[in-house]
Design a protein around this ligand. Structure first.
Ligand SMILES: [Zn+2]
Length: 426
C-alpha cells in the first residue's frame, strides 16, 4: 500500500508510466492546463508527425505555446503556420541525424518567415513562441519571448531550454536594441519617476524578440534562441509555460509541486500553484511532457547510435550541460548531452554555412521563405548593406529580395535606396 503524500521519484514514475504504456507510442506522455484572462495564450500539440510520411518509425512530437499580446491574431497565426513554415525549410531527403541538424536552422527560417508573412497581413498584435520538437531522446527548442521550456532529467537535475527575452533580464539584448537604434527605458510618470519593467521604444514592448508586432521597431526580431539536447535513456520531464506561471513559480517550485504525478495532473497542479501564489493576473498556460525511459538498445542498434552521437559532437564542438562534470563519460545513464545552442539575432550568423552542414539547405530557394530564386537574383545572406563591395556576396545561402529587405531592417540599418547593387550575377 502506498501513502498518498509519499511522492515517488520522477525516475520511478516515468518507468511506471512506460510500463503501462507498452511500446506502441514511443515514450511520450503529455498533459496541459490553463486559466485564461485575456484569451491570448494558444497551444499546439501534435504527437504523430512523421519525418517520412507513412513511415511510423520516423514519428516525432511537437509541443508549442504562443502567448499573444495586443490581441490574439499573432498567436493564432503562429499556431496555424509556424510548424509548417519550419518543416518546409528542411530538405526532404535527409537521414535522421541530418534532419535533426537541419532542424536547428529551419527553426530560424521558419520563425522569420512566419513573422514576415504575418506582418504583411496584420498591423498590430504579437506573440511569444516556444516550439518544442521531440524525436526519440533528442529535444529541440526554439523560442522568442518570455514563455519558457524547462527540463528535469530523471536524476532531478534541471535545465533551461529557452532564453529570457525580457529586456529587464537580458543585458545583451538591451545592448543589441540600443545599437540598432531602439531606445530602452522605463515609463516616466509625472515628476520623472520611472515605473514598470524596461521597455523598448518605439512601441514600448518589454520583449526584445517576438513574432508579429509590426507597430514596434523592426529590431524586435523573430530570430529564435535554439537549443538541442539529448536526454539519457532514463528520460525526463519538460514544462512549457507562459509567463503567468513563471511570474509566480521558480523552475524548482514548478517541478517540485508536481513531482510524482502524471503529466496530466502535473500541468493542472502547476497552474493551480501559480494561481494560488499570484492570482489570475495573466493568461496562465502549462504543458507538461514526460519523455519516458527506453530499454537499453541491443548491441546491433548501439553501434550506429554511437556514431551519430560522435557526428553531432564534431559538428558543433559543444560540451555537455553542467550536470555532467565528466565529459568523457557521456554514456552515463542520467546525463543530458548538449548538442546545439545558438541565440544570436543576426541572420547571417544563424544561416551560415561555415560547417559541414552546407548541404542541408535547399538549393535555388530563399533560405527564409523558400520561394524559388531565379539564377542571378539571390542576395547572399552575408551581403553587408554598409559595404556592398564585400567579397562575401557570392557565398550562400541566398535570400530573395523581400527577405533580404527584412534582414536589413532587422539589423536596424536604413534600407538602401536601390538594393539592386547587392545582387550577384552569375
Ligand atoms: Zn524569401
Amino acid at each position: 500500500m502506498e501513502i498518498v503524500q509519499d511522492r515517488v521519484s520522477l525516475g520511478a514514475l516515468l518507468k511506471r508510466e512506460s510500463q503501462s504504456e507498452k511500446l506502441e507510442k514511443p515514450g511520450i506522455l503529455h498533459g496541459q492546463a490553463g486559466q485564461s484572462k485575456k484569451g491570448e495564450d494558444f497551444t499546439l500539440v501534435k504527437t504523430e508527425c512523421q519525418r517520412i510520411p507513412g513511415d511510423g518509425s520516423t514519428t516525432f512530437s511537437v509541443f508549442a505555446l504562443f502567448d499573444g499580446h495586443n490581441g490574439s491574431a499573432a498567436a493564432l497565426y503562429c499556431k496555424e503556420n509556424l510548424l509548417s513554415n519550419v518543416l518546409c525549410g528542411i530538405p526532404s531527403d535527409l537521414g535522421r541525424d541530418e534532419w535533426l541538424a537541419a532542424l536547428t536552422r529551419a527553426m530560424v527560417a521558419g520563425f522569420v518567415k512566419t513573422d514576415k508573412d504575418f506582418q504583411e497581413k496584420a498591423k498590430s498584435s504579437g506573440t511569444t513562441a516556444t516550439l518544442v520538437i521531440i524525436d526519440g531522446m533528442v529535444v529541440t527548442v526554439a523560442s522568442v519571448g518570455d514563455s519558457h521550456c524547462v527540463l528535469e532529467s530523471a536524476d532531478g537535475t534541471t535545465y533551461h531550454l529557452s532564453a529570457d527575452h525580457r529586456l529587464e533580464f537580458n543585458d545583451q539584448e538591451v545592448e543589441r536594441l540600443t545599437i540598432s537604434g531602439g531606445e530602452v527605458g522605463r515609463l516616466n510618470i509625472a515628476g520623472g519617476t520611472e515605473i514598470g519593467p524596461l521597455r523598448c521604444w518605439p512601441g514600448g514592448l518589454c520583449l526584445s524578440r517576438s513574432i508579429g508586432d509590426k507597430d514596434v521597431g523592426e529590431f524586435i526580431v523573430p530570430v529564435p534562441y535554439v537549443k538541442q539536447v539529448k536526454l539519457s535513456t532514463a528520460g525526463g520531464r519538460l514544462i512549457i509555460s507562459s509567463d503567468g506561471v513563471w511570474d509566480a513559480l521558480s523552475l524548482e517550485m514548478a517541478f517540485s509541486c508536481c513531482r510524482g504525478t502524471s503529466a496530466d495532473a502535473a500541468a493542472t497542479l502547476i497552474v493551480k500553484e501559480a494561481l494560488q501564489l499570484k492570482g489570475l493576473r495573466d493568461d496562465t498556460t502549462c504543458i507538461v511532457v514526460d519523455v519516458l525511459p527506453v530499454e537499453k538498445p541491443t548491441p546491433p542498434v548501439t553501434i550506429p547510435k554511437k556514431h551519430g552521437k560522435r557526428l553531432f559532437k564534431s559538428m558543433f564542438h559543444k560540451g555537455s550541460l553542467e550536470s555532467s562534470s565528466h565529459s568523457d563519460k557521456y554514456s552515463e545513464p542520467d546525463m543530458v548531452e548538449e548538442i546545439f545552442e545558438e541565440g544570436s539575432a543576426m541572420l547571417a550568423k544563424r544561416l551560415s554555412m561555415e560547417n559541414p552542414l552546407c548541404h542541408l539547405f535547399k538549393l535555388f530557394t530563399c533560405a527564409v521563405c523558400q520561394v524559388e530564386i531565379k539564377s542571378g537574383q539571390g542576395i547572399s545572406v552575408h551581403a553587408d548593406s554598409r559595404n556592398p563591395g564585400t567579397l562575401h556576396t557570392l557565398r550562400g545561402p541566398f535570400l530573395c529580395t523581400s527577405c533580404h529587405r527584412k534582414k536589413v531592417l532587422m539589423e536596424g540599418k536604413r534600407p538602401l535606396e536601390g538594393t539592386d547593387n547587392l545582387m550577384f550575377h552569375s
